[in-house]
Ligand binder design. Structure first.
Ligand code: DP6
Length: 361
């Protein structure tokens, strides 16, 4: 059986940063996060399965991924985890061919769309997964086992998505303290779902801004592990964002109140990077150009007398800027001046993943 799935990337406005230390291999997040599904940036993955013994071959953007590569480790690790939860996975061999329609090297995260497309394609291709094909909550938890942020690229409606942390992380004991059934419930208690579809706020725009980087990047997986492990303010930060920011952001999206939402988007991004910077050893993702973008957006908002744009940054110097259609041109020219026109890409919230024509489940 051969199945092709397309999954979009997503951009978080309330960030995921940290797994429960005792549940690290299951990627149970320490706090919930919120994101928009991004129209036009996606991974397309074809999975061909035949009866076998769990062998996996993987081609990414036309390049064969071999065991010495980081991507191989991620995918192998993922197959190990789903094989433990669903033993039938090991009765097949897999030929995976994956393409991003955006350059991975540009630093735009591809693990989110990558694992979302992979999960969709696998569950489409493996017959025993058919009871799960329509269960986006379960599928989002499976994608999470590949990469946390991938869970948010699973809900098929897309749009504005919440990924819930599930069981309160402050109370969780180690996995071995639970029965198999309880463990299963905990693993699937952290899932993602659409809160408002992509047509909820038609004026909303999402602008990707590519920033040249020189320095070597600390992978988000290693970075967040260090923050969870040793940052004295980590618990306060997650309690604050989980307890206050999350619900306020959801309400502001529901009511489409851009200026207020913009402030929280910028604060949440700043909080993430402040936590990263004050991790020991410091993790620095933004560079001078990133800071120039931050300044330009604040100056613009000041000049307008209200927030008309908001920036957010992930584990790298690239910016993603939110604005509304009536300010789009002005914000675009401001960003083009800083990074050059070829490095700016404007889009909007979009739908979730889907199968290509041949496979309509
Ligand atoms: C900064 O999902 O890449 O983009 O679960 O270890 O694979 P793993 O991490 P990943 O982390 C993304 C972190 C972030 C914030 C976010 O997208 O919420």
């Amino acid at each position: 059986m051969k199945v092709t799935a397309v999954a979009p990337t997503n951009i978080a406005i309330l960030k995921y940063w940290g797994k429960h230390p005792l549940w690290e291999k299951y990627h149970i997040p320490m706090k919930s996060s919120l994101s928009f599904t991004v129209d036009g940036l996606y991974t397309k993955t074809t999975v061909e399965v035949e009866k076998g013994s769990g062998k996996v071959s993987f081609t990414l953007n036309g390049r064969e991924i071999t065991p010495d590569m980081k991507e191989y480790e991620y995918v192998e690790d993922f197959f190990g985890k789903i094989g433990r939860l669903f033993p039938f996975v090991k009765n097949y061999d897999y030929k995976i061919v994956s393409e991003n329609n955006f350059p991975t090297a540009a630093g735009f995260a591809s693990s989110a769309s990558g694992f979302a497309a992979l999960v969709k394609a696998i569950v489409g291709a493996v017959e025993e997964f058919s009871p799960y094909r329509d269960d986006d909550r379960k599928l989002s938890a499976l994608a999470r086992l590949g990469s946390g942020s991938a869970s948010r690229s699973i809900p098929r409606e897309g749009g504005f998505v919440g990924w819930w942390r599930g069981f309160g992380p402050h109370f969780l004991k180690e996995p071995e303290a639970y029965s198999e059934e309880e463990r299963w419930n905990i693993i699937f208690s952290s899932y993602a779902e659409t809160l408002y579809g992509p047509d909820h706020w038609p004026e909303l725009r999402i602008i990707y801004v590519k920033v040249k980087k020189k320095e070597k990047k600390v992978k988000s997986r290693a970075g967040m592990r260090q923050t969870v492990k040793d940052h004295p303010l980590y618990k306060d930060w997650i309690d604050y964002e989980e307890g206050q920011m999350k619900d306020t952001m959801i309400r502001l999206v529901r009511e489409k109140r851009f200026p207020q939402l913009a402030e929280l988007i910028m604060r949440a991004s700043n909080n993430l990077h402040a936590m990263a910077l004050s991790t020991y050893r410091p993790i620095i993702y933004m560079n001078e150009t990133s800071h120039a973008i931050i300044d330009a957006i604040h100056d613009l908002n000041l000049e307008k007398g209200e927030n008309v744009a908001a920036y957010t940054f992930d584990a790298g110097p690239n910016a993603v800027v939110f604005t509304l259609s009536q300010h789009e041109n002005e914000v675009l020219s401001l960003l083009r001046e800083i990074v050059g026109g070829e490095n700016v890409f404007a889009t909007k919230p979009g739908r979730g993943p889907y199968y290509t024509e041949e496979h309509l489940f």
